[in-house]
Design a protein around this ligand. Structure first.
Ligand SMILES: NC(=O)c1ccc[n+]([C@@H]2O[C@H](COP(=O)([O-])OP(=O)(O)OC[C@H]3O[C@@H](n4cnc5c(N)ncnc54)[C@H](OP(=O)(O)O)[C@@H]3O)[C@@H](O)[C@H]2O)c1
Length: 273
């Protein structure tokens, strides 16, 4: 395949790891960032043309802090297709399927219009505890908050998602489907609290809150209202047991075993102490 891989969300949890893998493997790529030499901004369509120059495939990450970015992403997909981009790999979300709201709109567009596409659909990243939403309260209050009750989640490492994205971006064409990608073990947030406590040597708890309280927390963190509501509703489906199943997608794509929560916790013990 000739042409560059364009990585959106290139400074984010999965994007930075994908950029590192592309660099390691000598795959020509461009990191699409707002702060780069060739700035790329989902909210500024005038930056898209330059970002798409000589691009053959795109890793698509919906920006969590932009209010309703999905119609803009579809506009971008139309432009990219016109400019000859053949392949798209989209980071979706297991709780937001094709045809549904938010990420589901982009997924549906790819299903209807994409020539060569894949959707990676995880439930939740391990990194939410180490660099994402839960880190500040783990450090400051020895707890993290969720509305997931005793529902279990097959947490996956962001690095593993990037590894799968690498395979999908550089491997055979025309897969044209969703990949529900998970870690090897579904865990409740209470179990996560136990594992983090063991790793960092002090008691960390999981504080159970309602969906409305979670929305409030997301809004205080600066998430747009629509995103806050979709995310909180998505997490609520975890409480109902909707996403507890593991899949062998990661192994089938990469030939490797996914990162375990223990390995993740051991590697991040310092971050929590
Ligand atoms: N976290 C989870 O558990 C989880 C689970 C399933 C799906 N997802 C999905 O994964 C995606 C990424 O979420 P995340 O929380 O992990 O975020 P992230 O990828 O760590 O960070 C967001 C990225 O978006 C970029 N960005 C933000 N606003 C932008 C803009 N206006 N234009 C261009 N780029 C922009 C940021 O780059 P700069 O700020 O450097 O510009 C950053 O690289 C989201 O769509 C989320 O719904 C997350």
């Amino acid at each position: 395949m000739s042409g560059l891989v364009l990585v959106t969300g290139a400074t984010g949890k999965t994007g930075k790891s994908l950029v590192a893998q592309l660099e390691d493997q000598g795959v020509a790529h461009r990191a699409a960032t707002r702060g780069g030499e060739r700035p790329f901004d989902w909210t500024a369509p005038e930056t898209w043309d330059a970002a798409l120059e000589d691009v053959a495939s795109v890793y698509l990450v919906a920006p969590p802090t932009v209010n309703d970015p999905y119609s803009r992403m579809i506009e971008f997909l139309r432009l990219a297709t016109q400019k000859g981009v053949g392949r798209f790999v989209f980071l979706g979300m297991a709780s937001l399927p094709a045809g549904g709201p938010a990420h589901g709109q982009v997924h549906q567009w790819l299903k209807d219009n994409g020539q060569d596409w894949a959707v990676l659909a995880p439930s939740a990243f391990m990194q939410n505890f180490a660099e994402g939403s839960h880190l500040a309260t783990i450090r400051g209050e020895d707890t993290f908050y969720s509305n997931t009750g005793s529902g279990r989640v097959p947490f996956i490492s962001a690095g593993d998602i990037a590894r799968a994205a690498f395979v999908l971006l550089t491997g055979p064409a025309g897969l044209n489907r969703e990949f529900v990608i998970t870690g090897e073990e579904a865990m409740s947030y209470d179990q996560v609290a136990e594992r983090i406590s063991q790793a960092c040597g002090r008691r960390i708890s999981h504080t159970h809150i309602s969906t409305d309280e979670l929305v409030e927390r997301f809004l205080k963190r600066g998430l747009p209202e629509l995103t806050a509501r979709f995310l909180a509703a998505g997490y609520e489906t975890i409480a109902a047991g909707a996403h507890a199943q593991t899949t062998d997608v990661y192994g089938a794509l990469t030939g490797e075993a996914p990162t375990t929560f223990q390995a993740f916790a051991k590697a991040n013990a310092q971050v929590w102490t």
